[in-house]
Write a protein that binds this ligand. Structure first.
Ligand code: FAD
Ligand code: NAI
Length: 495
């Protein structure tokens, strides 16, 4: 027994020691004071947003040759695939965010980060106007900045299709405050249902949780909600838990239309087992403060009383993006988003690249696509730097009457450096969590597609996202949250 204890202690000391060393080491790499300062002779690259597209760009960028400025209403990157887990407390919000200053600490030249919302991009003057949208403001709450290059990656906003009442009564799921609101509202419904003397009808309404939109966001949220219900609420609210009803409303004939047929079927069956009511071919028409009005496949109006409504019906362009489109009416005529060429240059403007959910492309608006575009763009900038350096060298060589062979070789090198390959999207597969420790995955294989679902896929889903998290700190926090959730359960207090 003693030997076993000594062995366990040694392992613990080794694990703690090595993790402390790794964390210390990664912390030690933060050297903002040692980065080169901005240089007024260099071109300025203004990056709008710090989501998937921008962060992938910043991670891959070699910025000695540029002054880089990032402007975004939040000062951190958010790992959206794990956001549904925050709505029920499986993960803490801080475990899936990373400050942009931390993520850019490795770059040679300092990156200026401004927390602000861009309200206007002028592609003619090459300026960007932004405002301080936080509750606390200083004497200045708006500013204009000029750019030589603009990386436009502001994402998209939730689409309500202008349906009456959605903005007033529904919760969304895009940002950290959204997930926190959903969590608070859910616990509020449960506590209000538990309130002394509550009527039976009102208890049933308060415990009706409705998700509108059967895309991956809606399905993943419904899955997480089911886990919270069966693993935690059942223990702490035994009299109420059995009355909780989860309904998923989808306008199309199927949920998850982007997944293969057998995975749609697998999700339907899993939801059936988990008593999640899927209402397909049902289109929401109006949302009142306690009831949703929808049209079913027989064109009849049906009512869904609700306590919590999560609205997940996809994306639409942000006002700043629509404003930019209006400034380029001849070239920007798509309602889905910004049109770019095959090098991700904004059509109709000079010096602007647009990536991610704000663009209208042939592939789905996903983190996968946005991050590949961001990586591609960082390589484009590396090539532009090389081209500018060669051009300078060529000019100097010409001025010093260098021999023709050297001039020729430099001119050829400039042509090679100018030949930038177009962006190519490579689909790595689709993954989604569907609740009760099951996930689904469509994975492209050489000979076609591998469609898998179940527990093993769930562990694959977890390990894939754990490895994709942008920092060691995030990986440790997420792994610890998962372990805490298994051992201690989720917290049911309403913060
Ligand atoms: P975002 O990541 O949304 O970033 C936009 C940035 O712009 C943000 O930093 C925002 O603060 C900033 N911004 C907004 N307005 C302004 C403004 N006016 N001025 C300046 N900055 C502004 N995709 C997957 O591939 N796999 C998944 O598993 C997955 N899961 C998801 C789960 C959820 C809950 C959600 C909501 C999305 C999920 N997605 C997933 C989709 C994925 O998150 C998006 O496709 C991706 O975030 C797009 O990247 P982006 O850089 O274009 O935009
Ligand atoms: P989505 O656009 O994929 O799905 C929205 C769904 O809402 C559609 O199926 C639509 O038919 C339905 N809908 C629209 N209006 C409706 C109405 N009035 N009544 C009922 N249903 C209505 O949106 P989602 O899920 O928010 O995803 C956005 C993007 O993010 C997608 O590209 C998606 O692939 C990506 N994403 C990927 C994830 C993953 O890979 N695991 C997870 C979450 C999002």
């Amino acid at each position: 027994k003693n030997r076993l204890r000594t062995f366990a202690r040694t392992v613990l000391v080794l694990v703690l020691g090595s993790s402390t060393f790794v964390i210390w080491h990664s912390h030690d790499q933060r050297h903002p004071g040692e980065q080169l300062p901005h240089d007024s002779k260099l071109p300025t690259v203004v990056v709008l947003g710090n989501g998937w597209g921008s962060t992938a760009f910043l991670k891959g960028l070699e910025n000695e040759g540029y002054n880089v400025v990032v402007i975004s209403p939040r000062n951190y990157f958010l790992f959206t695939p794990l956001l549904p887990s925050v709505t029920v407390g499986t993960l803490a919000a801080r475990s899936i965010v990373e400050p942009t200053r931390f993520l850019t600490r490795h770059l040679k030249r300092k990156v200026e980060v401004y927390e602000g919302e861009v309200t206007e991009v002028d592609p003619t003057k090459k300026t960007v106007r932004f405002v301080d949208n936080s509750p606390i403001k200083g004497a200045i709450d708006g500013h204009e900045i000029s750019y030589d290059y603009l990386v436009y990656a502001v994402g998209a906003e939730n689409n309500t299709f202008g349906i009456k009442g959605v903005k007033d009564h529904a919760c969304f799921l895009k940002e950290i405050p959204d997930a926190e609101t959903v969590r608070q509202r859910l616990m509020d419904c449960v506590e209000s249902a538990n309130f002394a003397g509550q009527s039976q009808e009102e208890i049933d309404r308060l415990l009706s949780f409705v998700v509108v939109g059967g895309g991956p966001t809606g399905v993943e949220y419904a899955g997480e909600l089911h886990d919270f219900l069966t693993e935690d609420l059942t223990n702490w609210y035994p009299d109420l838990a059995g009355r909780i009803k989860i309904t998923l409303i989808e306008a199309l004939p199927n949920v998850l239309p982007m997944f293969s047929k057998q995975l749609i079927e697998y999700t339907n069956n899993t939801f059936k087992e988990n008593k999640i009511d899927i209402r397909t071919k049902t289109m929401v028409k109006e949302v009142k403060d306690k009831v949703i009005i929808a049209q079913n496949e027989n064109k009849e109006l049906v009512e869904f009383p609700y306590g919590l409504l999560v609205w997940a019906t996809g994306n639409t362009a942000r006002p700043v993006t629509r404003d930019l489109m209006n400034r380029l009416p001849a070239e920007q005529n798509s309602r889905r988003g910004l049109l770019v060429d095959d090098h991700l240059r904004l059509q109709g403007a000079e010096g602007i690249f647009a990536i991610g959910d704000c663009t209208a492309t042939a592939y789905a608006p996903t983190a996968q696509a946005a991050s590949q575009q961001g990586h591609y763009l960082s390589r484009v900038f590396a090539q532009l730097t090389k081209k500018h350096a060669l051009l300078k060298e060529l000019e100097e060589a010409k001025a010093s009457n260098a021999d023709p062979a050297r001039l020729d070789s430099l001119a050829n090198a400039v042509i090679r450096a100018s030949n930038i390959r177009p962006f190519h999207y490579s689909h790595q597969g689709s993954l989604a969590y569907i609740g009760s420790d099951k996930a689904i995955a469509d994975l492209p294989m050489m000979s076609g597609n591998l469609a898998v679902g179940g527990f093993a896929t769930y562990y694959f889903w977890r390990s894939a996202y754990l490895s994709q998290l942008f920092s060691l700190r995030n990986r440790i926090l997420v792994a610890t949250d998962w372990a805490k959730c298994k051992v201690l359960g989720r917290d049911v207090s309403r913060e």
